[in-house]
Design a protein around this ligand. Structure first.
Ligand SMILES: Cc1cc2nc3c(=O)[nH]c(=O)nc-3n(C[C@H](O)[C@H](O)[C@H](O)COP(=O)(O)OP(=O)(O)OC[C@H]3O[C@@H](n4cnc5c(N)ncnc54)[C@H](O)[C@@H]3O)c2cc1C
Length: 370
């Protein structure tokens, strides 16, 4: 396709990686991001070998690895702290680790710097006021009073996507999965050099993010989706860790800063129908948001970006490119959403979860080419 003008709505992980992938293919890209401060949580994210491969394809792998902490597997522990298994994860890119833990701020810094240097124009504090697709292009009016016209609009605006609502008002809505996740940063102990995952009805993990920092995640059943006030969050998280393995209990005592606790109810959504309409397409969480049990949500958004750029470069007609994009992405993203939900729902029901098997299967699946 000839150089066309593309608007990306949402400057999150998928929006930024789309800007990089499209910029490398010579497309003209603008991003609008609703949040004027472009803030992200201070905690981190785990990514697997398929993401390292995708970062290599985006040309950012060196900066990315440098900003995070690479490792090659997962150590699995029983709820009482006994070490049960070590699952080695396969490397997919020669010379690079199989997994990375990275702070969300560090990831955003790497991706936003590269999106800008790939030519993307980024506007903060702006969203879509109205859009009209006349078959030849998409006319957009912005919340700041501006207007412009694009050949394609990409909705990368996350779980509660405005663009999804405009395109598909009757599509499935995000579903609360009866669990929440609590996260907190700690100094990294020298022996936490890979993911330490504790099994049980509340999943607990320690994730290295850099030489100095690791974070703890804790998933808990949250029937009724309670809202927690910021004041007292540290004490609540400590309470949720009562009776945990000795190492976790010792760490829990250091959870004292309410502002350092990041709590999030877990929700998921998968669009069974089309992810595109005319000259507008959804990617990432806007089309398929997963619970984080396999650590693959952002990975799927990043892979979406590469595949979309690939298909847009391959086809002359946007409609053909969007159809090919969804055909390449649908089954893989569905697998991640469903396999993650299965772990979540079993934990909520108090059923045993074979985390080692589920993780091994996921590694195999995501190793397949995109
Ligand atoms: C608790 C938790 C832990 C997770 N852990 C992991 C993990 O370890 N590994 C992993 O791979 N994934 C993880 N994920 C999933 C991951 O965060 C998401 O899948 C990923 O962020 C999706 O990227 P995205 O770009 O689609 O959406 P987002 O990152 O949500 O970005 C959407 C962006 O769009 C902006 N926006 C929203 N609406 C508008 C609008 N109307 N106009 C303009 N801008 C708008 C938002 O401000 C945001 O910047 C986790 C998710 C949760 C909830």
């Amino acid at each position: 396709m000839n150089r066309c003008r593309i608007l990306i709505v949402g400057g999150g992980i998928g929006g930024l990686t789309s800007a990089i992938a499209l910029g490398r293919r010579g497309f003209e890209v603008a991003i609008i991001e609703r949040d004027p401060t472009w803030s992200v949580y201070g905690v981190g994210i785990i990514q697997q070998a398929n993401v390292i491969r995708a970062m290599a394809q985006l040309g950012v792998v060196e900066d990315y690895i440098h900003a995070g902490f690479g490792f090659d597997g997962v150590e699995i522990f029983a709820p009482d702290g006994r070490r049960l298994a070590a699952v080695q994860s396969p490397r997919l890119v020669e010379g690079y680790p199989a997994n990375v833990g990275i702070g969300r701020k560090a990831l955003q810094a790497v991706l936003s710097e590269r999106a800008r240097s790939s030519g993307a124009q980024i506007k903060l504090g702006v969203t879509v006021h109205a859009l009209e697709d006349d078959g030849e292009g998409v006319a957009v009016r912005f919340s700041d009073g501006g207007a412009d016209r694009y050949d394609l609009l990409i909705g990368a605006d996350g779980l509660y996507s405005q663009i999804r609502t405009i395109l598909f008002p009757d599509a499935s809505k995000p579903l609360f999965e009866n669990q929440g996740v609590w996260r907190y940063n700690f100094p990294r102990p020298a022996d936490v050099v890979c993911l330490h995952a504790y099994e049980g009805p509340r999943g607990i993990g320690l994730v290295p993010l850099s030489n100095d920092v690791m974070y703890m995640y804790l998933t808990t059943p949250e029937p009724g989706n309670p809202r927690y006030l910021r004041e007292g969050l540290a004490q609540t998280m400590r309470g949720k860790l009562a009776g945990a393995a000795p190492r976790i209990a010792a760490l829990a005592e250091a959870i004292t800063d309410d502002d350092g606790v990041v709590y999030k109810p877990l929700e998921s959504v998968f669009l069974d129908g089309p992810w595109y309409k005319g000259r507008c397409v959804l990617i990432g969480d806007a089309a398929h948001a997963t619970t984080p049990h396999l650590g693959q949500g952002a990975g799927m958004a990043i892979e979406d970006s590469l595949v979309l750029a690939d298909e847009l470069a391959r086809f002359d007609r946007i409609e053909d490119a969007l159809e090919a994009f969804q055909a390449r992405r649908q089954d893989r993203c569905r697998y991640i959403v469903e396999a993650s939900r299965a772990i979540c729902r079993a934990q909520v029901a108090g059923e045993p979860v074979d985390q080692a098997r589920a993780t091994g299967e996921m590694f195999k699946k995501v190793a397949e080419p995109i």
